[in-house]
Design a protein around this ligand. Sequence first.
Ligand SMILES: Cc1cc2nc3c(=O)[nH]c(=O)nc-3n(C[C@H](O)[C@H](O)[C@H](O)COP(=O)(O)O)c2cc1C
Length: 199
Amino acid sequence: MTDTATAAPVRTANPRVEQLLVDRWSPRSFDESAIPDEDLAVIFEAAGLAASAYNYQPWRFLYAKRGDANWDRFLSILIPFNASWVKDASVLIYIVSDTQMGEGENAKPAHAHSFDAGAAWANMALQATALGYHAHGMVGLDFDAARTELQVPDRFRIEAAVAIGKKDVPERLPEGLREREVPSTRKPVSEVAFAGNFK
Ligand SMILES: Cc1cc2nc3c(=O)[nH]c(=O)nc-3n(C[C@H](O)[C@H](O)[C@H](O)COP(=O)(O)O)c2cc1C
């Protein structure tokens, strides 16, 4: 289906699905604009409203805004393919999660740390969408470099990176990436939700 005004492809879903969820998708063409700190603060606050086991809030967000003192260093951690388009995004965020609950002798493994950080990422992406941005998650990065470069303590797991920015036209991208600049499809519910045992 296409948008009648722009002819851009749009995603469709059961009309009872919340529109914000339908509108979130992961483009790669960003317009180099700056993101105000106030918007970023809203996005991080929304991310932190995610539920987490024991309300432990294991997520941490390390970020650099386009052109700031950390930007080139943050960008260099991505695989070259991702860096080639993230360079035009407004902010690059690394999400890490605390694998332990408690301190010292009381520290215990936190079973749900990645699950909870994933919930925070979902909130982040949806809030960004609601504010007129797009968010694009990434695991195409050098995890060893991220740990060293960002000085992430051993007990934290580096989960993923996220680029957020204002979407630009597909023509901005090199050929080959342009046709991928559309919302993707999904497996039918019957393939992922089972009444009863695993099928
Ligand atoms: C954790 C995670 C890692 C991803 N890694 C990459 C990546 O390294 N490079 C990339 O171009 N897209 C990456 N993606 C984007 C996915 O390919 C995209 O979300 C998926 O195809 C669904 O499309 P949609 O987000 O537009 O609905 C990643 C997404 C997530 C959530």
